[in-house]
Design a protein around this ligand. Structure first.
Ligand SMILES: *Cc1c(COP(=O)(O)O)cnc(C)c1O
Ligand code: SF4
Length: 358
């Protein structure tokens, strides 16, 4: 028997004919699709959330390739090799990306439930320019030999597209490594294929264990959040798994105050806790999605901090080759002298607190 999620993958929307069941293509979109050489597409479920007639639909723009992908003024060549520190002396399997001492990113597949047009890992996932070997056992052996690693972030591609058996094997092997304290999974499936959270997957993930599992998903616009996603996230929580969000700041999709606030408020209504807001990285061919760096901090200042629930506020970061650099708004300390600090709130009001010497 084929599970619903497998049926969704079998009917993956990655041809013009299938796409036309969901949208009326513009001449421009059709032209790009006819000459496109990159991997593109998404699930029928996610495609059904696209606006049939509006080419500026925020979901449509994440799914359908654009002519602007041919432009590249600011993107870096060999971006992933730089970003993931692949050109170093440390001998590591292709599947292990390392920026920190105590945690690594472990890439287990390059298949996704949506080939996001803004993907930072597009050289690997979308363009197929970077060829890597993701041998899971080799990665597991490397992790087992590195006792300083306490946190493993399973990434891709989308790790939840692995079969139930493969996921059970991965988790089981990681949990047998004595120095692993937590397992994290980065997956867009709660957003683009919520029916992947099946009874059997819940069984695999739900056992109480001293090595907890955390999931981070990626949702960039409130339109992506449905009843189906709410149910999937609730089911994950009932397995003891917290779901966080890693949004990407995308020009024309979520870089205005209203959308940005609505996104972060709506995430909490479906049990998803905002974790990071990523600056759109310098991967090649995604200039058209990128804003100035300050934009993310301005949005947190103008849309979230003080204006809504504190839990709705993600940390704004720029992911680089030397790790994630936080760039939160820094206007709060207005001035400081030997006696006091003057602090400003979201309404522009000021107050003072004493400056306590060391
Ligand atoms: C993002 C990332 C991590 C995890 O970073 P956190 O700030 O702990 O979420 C770990 N390793 C690599 C290579 C990463 O890119
Ligand atoms: S799901 Fe993640 S890895 Fe896959 S294309 Fe989107 S951003 Fe890239």
């Amino acid at each position: 028997m084929t599970a619903e999620w497998q049926g969704q993958l079998r009917n993956f929307v990655n041809t013009i004919e299938r796409l036309e069941q969901y949208v009326n293509l513009t001449a421009e979109e059709r032209k790009v699709l006819e000459t496109n050489t990159t991997t593109w597409g998404t699930t029928p479920y996610f495609a059904s959330l696209m606006d049939r007639d509006d080419p500026n639909c925020p979901i449509r723009k994440q799914v359908i390739p654009s002519c602007h992908e041919q432009e590249n003024k600011f993107g870096m060549d060999n971006y992933l090799v730089w970003k993931e520190n692949r050109a170093t002396d440390e001998v590591r399997p292709d599947s292990i990306a390392r920026q920190y001492q105590d945690r690594v990113a472990f890439t287990v597949t390059q298949t996704c439930g949506i080939y996001c047009r803004h993907c930072f890992r597009k050289e690997l996932v979308v363009d197929g320019d970077l060829q890597l070997d993701f041998n899971v056992d080799e990665g597991l052996d490397w992790i087992a030999e590195h006792p300083e690693v306490r946190d493993v972030l399973i990434t891709g591609g989308d790790p939840l597209l692995l079969s139930d058996e493969q996921i059970a094997y991965l988790i089981d092997r990681l949990r047998q490594i004595p120095h692993i304290e937590m397992i994290r999974i980065g997956s867009r499936l709660p957003i683009v294929l919520p029916c992947r959270i099946t009874e059997n997957l819940k069984k695999i993930l739900s056992q109480y264990h001293k090595v907890p599992i955390w999931i981070n998903t990626q949702c960039n616009h409130p339109k992506e959040l449905t009843e189906d996603t709410a149910r999937a996230v609730f089911d994950l929580m009932s397995c003891g798994i917290n779901v966080g969000n890693q949004a990407v700041l995308l020009k024309g999709i979520n870089d205005d105050v209203e959308t940005f606030r609505a996104l972060h408020q709506k995430l909490l209504t479906v049990w998803i806790r905002p974790y990071y807001l990523f600056y759109c990285e310098a991967a090649p061919g995604i200039d058209h999605f990128r804003t100035p760096v300050e934009k993310g901090a301005e949005l947190i200042r103008d849309a979230l901090r003080g204006h809504t629930t504190g839990l709705a506020i993600p940390m704004y970061v720029v992911a680089t080759n030397i790790g994630k650099i936080p760039l939160m708004p820094d206007y709060y300390i207005q001035s400081k002298n030997d006696d006091e600090y003057t602090l400003k709130n979201h309404l522009g009001q000021t107050t003072t607190i004493p400056n306590v010497p060391e």
